[in-house]
Design a protein. Structure first.
Length: 321
């Protein structure tokens, strides 16, 4: 994102804040590293406070630097919004919506929501970035996304919550699985079956499941592990169980291929789905309209059924380990 309305020291400061490195900032600005360092020092002297901690592996913002960076990012976004409005004055073009989400929402929810929104806003333009939870937050903080959608287990500073809803972890299985006949399942029951899980530390689903196992003294062996949940779903065979969110498998539940069962364990209820934006920023009207459309879609899908069980096929494959 360009920052033509900022002074040179502010531009250089914001680029170092983005990259965490004077050298990388200089390369992006097409200037010498010494010029960037001088401007940063000049800015710190004028403000009377350090804005960065100089470290061996780069530059880290101080508390004062964090505050200034947040203010400048919002100023740049607001200025860009005004410039776009001026450029498009008298033009019917709706403009861009830049969204970011984690992988579990990218398979079915976000494409459907974007398409249905586009039907009533025919000239809207979408950019969707799919990444890890931390990456979604970083895109919002850097001003490279307007709206973020992800699962969270703790509040994140610098982000505004546009919508929040309970988003428990589900045990997902084939309709003929023995546990499919239960309304709820427990972690102790699930660990007796072959599991397909996300990478350790990479997903909130895995984090909460591991926490529940640790607190209950349970162990499990994962047959399949991946940071990409969509890769796990085609591997599903009874008696396998995949740990996933409702939205990740909703299209397969609707098709009758899989069912989802909630956990009775409290640890697996400690997750929320959140629609996020950058704190202090006013979203453009079109982005605000899309947030409302997205929230309505989330509420609608949350009321759907979790799939019907079928009679289990006899055989050793259905026996717990």
């Amino acid at each position: 994102m360009t920052t033509p309305l900022l002074s040179i020291p502010m531009r250089y400061f914001l680029e170092v804040a983005r990259s965490g490195s004077v050298n990388q900032a200089a390369a992006r600005l097409f200037v010498a590293s010494s010029a960037v360092s001088r401007q940063i020092t000049k800015l710190e002297e004028s403000l009377g406070t350090p804005l960065f901690e100089r470290r061996a592996r780069g530059m880290a913002l101080t508390a004062a630097g964090e505050r200034l960076a947040a203010h400048l990012r919002n100023a740049v976004l607001d200025a860009g919004q005004v410039i776009d409005q001026v450029r498009n004055l008298g033009d019917e073009r709706a403009g861009r919506i830049r969204a970011a989400c984690t992988e579990g929402f990218a398979g079915s929810l976000m494409p459907v929501v974007m398409r249905t929104f586009e039907l009533t806003h025919a000239r809207s333009q979408f950019e969707l970035h799919v990444g890890a939870p931390d990456e979604v937050s970083a895109l919002l903080v850097r001003g490279e996304a307007d709206i973020g959608l992800k699962y969270v287990v703790a509040p994140e500073p610098g982000l505004r919550i546009e919508h929040s809803a309970v988003a428990p972890v589900f045990a997902v299985m084939c309709p003929d699985h023995p546990l499919a006949r239960q309304r709820v399942v427990t972690v102790a029951e699930v660990v007796r079956y072959p599991l397909a899980v996300g990478s350790r530390g990479g997903t909130t689903t895995r984090q909460l499941f591991d926490l529940a196992c640790s607190e209950q003294g349970l162990q499990y062996r994962a047959n399949f592990v991946s940071n990409y949940s969509a890769a796990l779903l085609p591997l599903m065979r009874s008696p396998d169980i995949v740990l996933a969110g409702h939205h990740t498998v909703l299209h397969l539940i609707d098709a009758g291929t899989l069912v989802a069962r909630p956990f009775a364990d409290a640890q697996l209820q400690q997750r929320r789905l959140q629609v996020l934006s950058l704190e202090g920023r006013t979203l453009p009207p079109l982005a605000q309209a899309f947030v409302q459309h997205l929230v309505g879609a989330i509420a609608s899908t949350g009321r759907r059924k979790l799939g019907r069980a079928q009679a289990a096929r006899p055989g050793p494959a259905q026996m717990p380990r």
